[in-house]
Design a protein around this ligand. Structure first.
Ligand code: GLA
Length: 729
């Protein structure tokens, strides 16, 4: 890895990629960094970029501001593409002009105050180029930081804006990154809804703007803060891809703009709609981080870079590298209808089958027999748990199970003691109706006293109940976005201040209770993002646990996120979300492809089913290290056909999961080609057959789903797990 800087050119490179920036003099005398190249590695050493002619480019009459590939484009200057930073001063106009003042190159990277971010464990793991850019008229200093990881095809980018003057400045736009690339690109993003999160959509290039985002206060079910730009010929296995992911859990915007000259600009960060942040003299504002990954090994190459970065240098704490426990969650087994005896009955059956962690979901606190009350009153309901949490906890621990608990810390029910005491603690706009969703309001997490209440209340319950695991839920989005705490001119700061408050509480709780495994959740997968992964190494991917539906959800989720983060459960049939009946094998295989668990009453299953569950759990424990730490490769997309397949590659073991949605008569057996295997001879651990790695990659595994003799075949919703061991190099 190296960062080569001379008078005007900067070349950041590692074995996988290069970023080239150069300084450009504008007609007004300012000097601005341009992004000249971002892609496959270029040779290092002395080289100089050609100066760009900003006046007569391509014979155009356009102004330079509409043409140049600015590294940090600013507002109010005639650049008609999406811009990254706009600062208003006392004159009220949006004219923002940054000029290069100096730069620094240093080993390692800086952490971002109050915000989640990727990190290094030793300075030699990364190098940072930091530009100091100045708007003299506004007395503003902007630090634009690019951190290149030494052994990863990944860059971390962010901006810090400081007010060095005597007058307040107003930020109306402060995005995390701007990526400039020549040429048109197809765009891939992950869209969805509750129960249908992170489906993959690929759109053709378009002149003008394609934008995704969320104004919901959470990164959302509807759009993930992830976008990928690709060439038309890029596939899962080959071609170029530029992936961008925001390390942020709140409202965001990602905009891809293609101008009339086919230049592409991508700007991403905090949602700009309604954003207005007052920067008082002496204060600074740090944007969230954006992670940029480059791949010339197709989409799988991009995903693998994101996944290993997140597994190793975004997730933190004891549970980052530990094998995650197989859990049993009581939600779909009992909903709100349980008592200690019933829970212990399920827990005993679970323990006997190999489960390691029992999770008590919603309904254990206040007087919550349905979703219409008690959020905020985090004390155990003694009608259901007469001995409180400590008694249940002791009994579960005596059984040899860990004990996990559900919270929805950011919420308040109008019917709660907390609301009766503090009716002003929720987000609301004076004089307006307070809109409930799932019968609840949102706590104003921007307020320090609310943050402290949540931290102390949860902390007490975690200690008193000897809790080993927390499921942190968040079940509704913003309405009436107002805060009592903020003066009128600062109301536009609320969505970001809310998330900063949530992060402050998450930081405090994870630091105080380092042994606790935290799992994120938001009405299923409504806040599945890198910001949450910094505090919680796993996230519930979707409330939809139907095996067929989960193929698409987990396939899409894996574009940026590792399987070790994707929480997945085997649930009952008919499935509670779509009423589909699928076999135990496919439900097991789909859930085993992530962090594995069950969400049904194991004590109510037949003996035969219980035996199969015990075998599934034993199998998962055997393959868990490869699932959680191996290399994940998507082989066949559920969005493109009836088959779906993915591969986990470990040192000497390979796992191939193949799923067939519908059975058809008179079809040839499908074959599935494996990818990027370490060379050698592999033996199938179940039938003993041996195959050369080149055979497995070029010819593939032929799978017999029994279609030739339908009456004897598997029928619909079938699956296979093929386990291969490398026995010879
Ligand atoms: C959300 C979660 C579910 C469950 C319920 C409980 O919907 O996604 O898993 O915890 O809340 O109310």
């Amino acid at each position: 890895m190296s960062i080569h800087a001379d008078q005007t050119d900067f070349h950041l490179s590692n074995p996988f990629m290069s970023l080239v920036l150069s300084l450009h003099s504008m007609v007004d005398g300012s000097v601005t960094p341009l992004m000249r190249y971002m892609g496959a590695r270029l040779p290092t050493g002395d080289f100089h970029t050609q100066p760009l002619d900003d006046h007569e480019q391509q014979g155009s009459f356009d102004l330079p501001d509409t043409l140049l590939p600015f590294a940090c484009p600013t507002g109010g200057h005639g650049d008609n593409r999406p811009t990254q930073l706009t600062l208003l001063g006392g004159d009220g106009n949006s004219c923002t002009r940054l000029s290069y003042r100096s730069h620094a190159v240093y080993a390692g990277r800086k952490s971002l105050a109050g915000l989640p971010a990727t990190y290094v464990e030793a300075p030699e793991e990364a190098e940072t180029l930091e530009f100091l850019l100045v708007d003299e008229l506004r007395n503003a200093e902007v630090r634009l930081r690019y951190t290149l990881f030494a052994h990863r095809a990944a860059l971390a980018v962010s901006l810090e804006i400081a007010n060095k003057g005597q007058e307040p400045l107003i930020l109306t736009e402060a995005a995390s990154l701007c990526l400039s690339l020549p040429g048109p690109y197809e765009m891939i993003h992950l869209y969805g809804a509750w129960g249908r999160e992170r489906w993959v959509e690929r759109t053709p290039p378009m002149h003008g703007e394609r934008a995704i985002g969320s104004k919901r206060g959470a990164s959302s079910h509807e759009h993930n803060p992830f976008v990928c730009l690709v060439r038309p010929d890029t596939t899962e296995f080959s071609g170029e891809a530029w992936g961008i992911n925001l390390v942020y859990s709140g409202s965001f915007t990602l905009r891809v703009h293609q101008d009339a000259y086919d230049q592409t600009r991508l700007v991403g960060g905090l949602a700009c709609d309604g954003f207005r942040w007052t920067l008082s003299p002496g204060e600074s504002f740090q944007t969230p981080e954006a992670v940029l990954v480059y791949s010339d090994r197709g989409l799988n190459g991009m995903s693998q870079s994101f996944q290993s970065l997140y597994r190793e240098r975004l997730c933190r704490g004891l549970w980052r590298d530990r094998e995650r426990p197989v859990l049993l969650n009581n939600w779909e087994a009992t909903y709100f209808d349980f008592n200690e005896e019933k829970l212990l009955g399920i827990a005993k059956a679970a323990k006997a089958l190999g489960v390691e962690l029992f999770v008590l979901d919603d309904g254990w606190f206040g007087r919550r027999d349905s979703d219409n009350c008690s959020l905020g009153d985090w004390t155990p309901d003694l009608r259901k748990l007469p001995g409180g949490l400590s008694s249940l906890s002791r009994k579960l621990h005596e059984l040899g199970l860990m004990f996990g608990l559900w919270f929805e810390p950011e919420m308040i029910s109008p019917d709660s003691d907390l609301y009766r005491l503090h009716p002003d603690w929720c987000l609301h706009a004076p004089g307006r109706h307070r809109t409930t969703s799932r019968n609840q309001l949102i706590l104003d997490m921007s307020r320090p006293q609310v943050q402290d209440y949540v931290t102390e209340t949860l902390s007490r319950q975690l200690a008193e109940g000897s809790i080993d695991y927390v499921k942190w839920d968040m079940n509704r989005n913003f309405t009436e976005i107002g805060s009592l705490e903020l003066e009128p001119s600062r109301q536009g700061e609320l969505p970001h201040r809310y998330i900063l408050g949530v992060y402050r509480v998450m930081e405090a709780l994870t630091a105080r209770h380092p042994q606790v495994l935290f799992e994120g959740c938001s009405g299923g997968g409504g806040r599945f993002d890198p910001g949450i992964l910094y505090y919680m190494p796993q996230i519930w991917a979707s409330d939809n646990s139907d095996a067929v539906e989960r193929l698409k959800i987990q396939y899409g989720t894996s574009f940026p996120y590792p399987p070790s983060a994707i929480s997945a459960h085997v649930s009952a049939i008919p499935n509670h979300q779509v009423r589909r009946k699928t076999g135990l094998d496919i439900r097991g295989h789909v859930a085993m492809s992530g962090v594995f668990g069950y969400e049904l009453d194991l004590s109510a299953m037949s003996l035969e089913e219980q035996t199969r569950v015990a075998a599934q759990i034993a199998l998962y424990k055997e393959i868990r290290p490869i699932i959680q730490h191996g290399t994940f490769t998507r082989l066949l997309s559920p969005f493109e056909g009836n088959l779906c397949a993915w591969q986990f590659t470990g040192q000497d073991h390979v796992l191939v999961f193949v799923f067939q949605v519908l059975q058809h008569a008179a079809k040839l057996f499908p074959s599935v080609k494996l990818h990027d295997l370490p060379q050698g001879i592999y033996q199938d651990m179940d039938n003993g057959l041996r195959h050369d790695s080149r055979f497995l990659e070029r010819v593939g595994l032929t799978l017999d789903f029994g279609a030739a003799v339908p009456a004897q075949g598997d029928g619909d919703f079938s699956s296979r797990l093929i386990r291969l061991t490398r026995c010879q190099e």
